[in-house]
Design a protein around this ligand. Structure first.
Ligand code: RET
Length: 246
């Protein structure tokens, strides 16, 4: 039997990523305490994102949250370890990451809801494809890519307009975060295609690549956002202008 699964290096990487997520959660929470309670929405959202991720990484590091799926292209007894716990993490955290971003803009509730629903569908199609042992896993993959393209379109066009409508500083911070998000998010389907999709790369490569992406997309993204918001607020306080969302 051929079974691609995590090795010692992979499990260690999971523990390290768990630690990074947990420490970042504590830092984001501490940062929120320095602000008046009405101005903590981004801090609480960012805290929740890394707190949820730390739980998912705890599950995967302790060798849970995975299952064995047959590799359809391989010989009859060829299998791969699939970590479904990441999809539980992404199911909750990717809508929150998008919320963090759209909160910088003055988008209508309906548009925000549409972006979140598309995101949830994107993650679910990834999960359905990952646990599928037949070639139609690529059908799920294509659906997921369509949802991702819709999200990118909304972020690049409508949300961006709404962020600049709130003022140049929000617009600038939004643009920086958007570029960071796009560079990272396009890599997820690439890893998926090479790992869960075609079983081309080893489990440890998959773990390392996803872990690096998750840390950049959650921790680094959160730091850029929170430090950016704090700096905008300081500048506004100095010039006496209001910080109320429109
Ligand atoms: C899948 C496979 C199906 C097609 C597409 C995908 C995209 C996933 C993305 C995940 C982002 C995760 C983040 C996690 C944060 O830590 C589900 C891999 C398009 C974009 C940002």
């Amino acid at each position: 039997m051929v079974y691609s699964h995590a090795d010692a290096a992979g499990w260690t990487l999971y523990w390290i990523t768990y630690g990074i997520m947990a420490v970042t959660a504590l830092i984001f929470f501490a940062m929120s305490l320095r602000r008046p309670i009405q101005q903590r929405s981004h801090h609480y959202t960012s805290f929740l994102i890394v707190a949820i991720a730390s739980l998912a990484y705890y599950a995967m590091a302790s060798q849970g949250g995975n299952t064995r799926i047959r590799v359809y292209q391989g010989p009859a007894d060829s299998y791969r370890q699939i970590f479904w716990a990441r999809y539980v993490d992404w199911f909750f955290t990717t809508p929150l990451l998008l919320l963090d971003l759209v909160l910088l803009s003055n988008l209508s509730k309906l548009r925000i809801a549409a972006i979140m629903v598309a995101d949830i569908f994107m993650i679910l199609t990834g999960l359905f494809g990952a646990v599928e042992a037949r070639s139609n896993k690529w059908g799920w993959f294509v659906f997921g890519c369509i949802f991702m393209l819709y999200i990118f379109y909304e972020l690049l066009v409508n949300v961006r307009k709404g962020a600049y409508a709130r003022g140049g500083q929000h617009g600038m911070l939004y643009s920086v975060l958007l570029v960071w998000l796009l560079i990272l998010w396009v890599q997820y389907p690439v890893v998926w295609g090479l790992a869960e999709g075609s079983s081309t790369v080893s489990s440890d490569t998959e773990i390392a690549w996803y872990a690096a992406l998750d840390i950049c997309a959650k921790c680094v993204f959160g730091f850029i956002l929170l430090l950016g918001i704090e700096s905008i607020d300081r500048k506004r306080a100095a010039t006496g202008s209001s910080n109320k969302p429109p």
